[in-house]
Write a protein that binds this ligand. Sequence first.
Ligand code: AMP
Length: 420
Amino acid sequence: MSTFKAPKGTYDLLPPDSAQFLAVREAIAAPLRNSGYGYIETPGFENVELFARGVGESTDIVTKEMYVFETKGGDRLALRPETTAPVLRAVLEANLHKAGNLPVKVWYSGSQYRYERPQKGRYRHFSQVGAEAIGAEDPALDAELIILADQSYRALGLQNFRILLNSLGDKECRPVYRAALQDFLRGLDLDEETLRRAEINPLRVLDDKRPEVQKQLTDAPLLRDYLCDACKTYHEEVRELITAAGVVFEDDPKLVRGLDYYTRTTFEFVHDGLGSQSAVGGGGRYDGLSEMIGGPSLPSVGWALGVDRTVLALEAEGIELDIPSATSVFAVPLGEEARRVLFSKVTELRKNGVAADFSYGGKGLKAAMKAANRSGARYALVLGERDLAEGVVQLKDMESGEQTAIGVNEIVAELESRLG
Ligand code: AMP
């Protein structure tokens, strides 16, 4: 072991388990690519103000969890705690929204950083795949995103997840509700910090997990009863479209989210096998975010799915993804001359698209065959001195154990035909 360890709240992704992570990312990305979403990548850090304004000054993310630093040039930056605000910043900066083709639909995949209290499923560095549809107000777009996330989870074989759905209203009806909720909260027996939160961001109090708080919230006014007609109609349409797609969801009138910029449609994906960190993904509409960061009005909707927790959800359901071995052929040279010949054959195989690996370090036959086994390769190529003299190589089928001699010059053609 070295003197150093991965920082608290982080962990390394190592082979072979890392293959599960790649497969999860791919499974989430595939339906998006298939539905008109283009790939976007933004820097791992941004001006701290982008998050302060975009995520909200009163959120835990901004007040407690951001990794903020000052550069030598005097810029105040933050490692990104989420990627919606950066994506919108990038789209506005590049004027993608002016290209005349709204909504701008993009997806991303990458690291997020939050200084949280670490526990299983909650890390300081974690990974999300996200999708954003920017610049259109259309219930079909909200429905599309929910349907695509559902499709990703189903493609992975997950079953024990639920979709929670709510509407947070808009700038017409939310303020009325907010005032009513504040009135209600002021009459409760709450600690000082929670009372302060009730003044700044009362909806977030609904999200308080403590039983002594939850108990008092049973009779809290619900946003559902305050929605304006436009929000009601919009929400009903989203519900109908998802239902028609055969996606099952639960109405959750108390669902709010930690980020300030959500309006109307809000949803969360929870998995029942994950204990307290049960949210595997979430998202919603954020019609006001663009204006909050200095852009024009651009109603938008998006989600972020957590890769780490999706992997934990797979484990909880006992699902092992069927990940084919990366290596098809493992080459074992015995002796100097064989090494040169076989190494060039391996290079040729790789150029022809056959995944091949090589026994390095001058191993003997036994150790080299062990390595061939571990690699998961379907075939081994063994080249000894006598084979070399005869111009042949032993091709071993690692599944059946069957071994045949083939001409050294036929290696590529033979393996290509066998591997299809
Ligand atoms: P959020 O950006 O907070 O809406 O989170 C979206 C998803 O990212 C969550 O549903 C989780 O799956 C994942 N996530 C958020 N925070 C963490 C964390 N600290 N550690 C691991 N995954 C996280």
